[in-house]
Design a protein around this ligand. Structure first.
Ligand SMILES: NC(=O)c1ccc[n+]([C@@H]2O[C@H](COP(=O)([O-])OP(=O)(O)OC[C@H]3O[C@@H](n4cnc5c(N)ncnc54)[C@H](OP(=O)(O)O)[C@@H]3O)[C@@H](O)[C@H]2O)c1
Length: 334
């Protein structure tokens, strides 16, 4: 499997990262993978060359971290483990957010659950409007100074929030975010407007989440066919991942046409489109079953031609927002 640098750091990660949001018993909507099944999935990932795993404190309220830590066992030293902080973990008023209090409590709890002495990439799960960035970034910097964390990243930030955080880090002389983990796939491409240029300018890598739009960009969905029983999209009609399904069905047809001559699948073509983007370091794949995982791992056995990438680029581009089109237009006289 290809290895890529994580942002401007000297750390190399596999171009596919395994996401473990499905691990644990509490998040029934996305999956309830047990320890036994997780052991097998994690081993298969490592055999295939994956060295990068993503979890979060809130996934099944800590269970995902525990299961991942046990599944890795002594192999933990050979892999890069990413987790997150920000979400509510209990009812008490300070069990949420990016305060110094919650970060320092949470990092120790994540370390305990993962059964490790360090977290490779500690990500803030989203923006906290109620805590000053200075407080958050100093607390994260302390985690790095104390050896509990090696790199820090952001997730689900708007452009101005990420840029402000990078500027605050520079002003304080503290650790800066090296990655952004955003929602990014062929049918949800909003990040291309502001966040992709920002990350390229600032040397951050993107780590796309829900690269298959929660299972939509796979062979099991087609125009006129209903979602299969048990699939996430079939049991969660009110889920938060929304996009224009009608146009998405056209994308599915194009993916099927592109995949066929490569003897690949729709999912592999969708993942390969993300892998073709130079701003992506690692695509966070999800899989509820071994069959899905095997299919997704085989993505790296082939790649899209530049013409195929271009065709997919044109299908569902992000909304054309001001001032981007104005800036593009005024570039012509430079
Ligand atoms: N930072 C954040 O806010 C955030 C948010 C969400 C996720 N994440 C991270 O991103 C990871 C991946 O997210 P995701 O699970 O939403 O990714 P995804 O790839 O969009 O969806 C994965 C789901 O699609 C289905 N699937 C996967 N491969 C398939 C295949 N080959 N054929 C048919 N169906 C297939 C499975 O669900 P069904 O079988 O149920 O259809 C699977 O659980 C998570 O584990 C987590 O680490 C982060």
């Amino acid at each position: 499997m290809e290895l890529r640098f994580l942002g401007n750091t000297g750390l190399k990660v596999s171009s596919l990262c395994f996401g473990t949001m499905t691990f644990g018993g509490q998040w029934k909507m996305v999956g309830t993978t047990t320890q036994k099944d997780a052991d097998a999935l994690v081993s298969r990932c490592i055999e295939a060359g994956i060295n990068f795993f993503d979890t979060a404190d809130i996934y099944s309220t800590g269970e995902s971290e525990e299961i991942l830590g046990k599944a890795l066992g002594p192999r933990r030293r050979d892999v890069v483990v990413a987790t997150k902080v920000r979400g509510r973990m209990a009812e008490a008023p300070n069990e949420v957010g990016l305060s110094r209090h919650h970060i320092l409590e949470s990092v120790d709890r994540s370390l305990r659950r993962l059964g490790t002495d360090w977290i490779d990439l500690y990500q803030v799960h989203s923006w906290d409007p109620l805590t000053p960035l200075e407080e958050t970034l100093r607390a994260l910097d302390d985690c790095v100074r104390w050896g509990k964390v090696r790199y820090i990243g952001a997730s689900n930030f708007a452009g101005w929030q990420l840029m402000k955080a990078l500027a605050v880090s520079e002003r304080l002389g503290v650790e800066r975010f090296v990655t952004l983990q955003p929602l990014y796939n062929l049918v949800v491409r909003d990040v291309e407007n502001e966040l992709v240029p920002l990350c390229q300018d600032q040397g951050l890598s993107l780590l796309p989440w829900s690269p298959l739009a929660g299972g939509f960009l796979t062979d099991k969905y087609r125009r006129g066919r209903s979602a299969p029983d048990g699939a996430r999209r079939a049991i969660a009609e009110d889920q938060f991942l929304k996009f224009d399904e009608e146009r998405g069905l056209d994308v599915l047809e194009a993916l099927a046409d592109i995949a066929a001559p490569h003897e690949g699948s729709v999912a592999q073509a969708a993942l390969n489109w993300l892998l073709a983007k130079p701003w992506v370091a690692s695509v966070i794949i999800g899989a509820r079953t071994m069959q899905q995982l095997d299919e997704n791992l085989a993505t790296t056995k082939w790649s899209l031609t530049p013409a195929e990438v271009e065709k997919l680029d044109a299908m569902m581009p992000p909304p054309r927002v001001y001032p981007n089109w104005f800036i593009e237009m005024s570039r012509q006289d430079r």
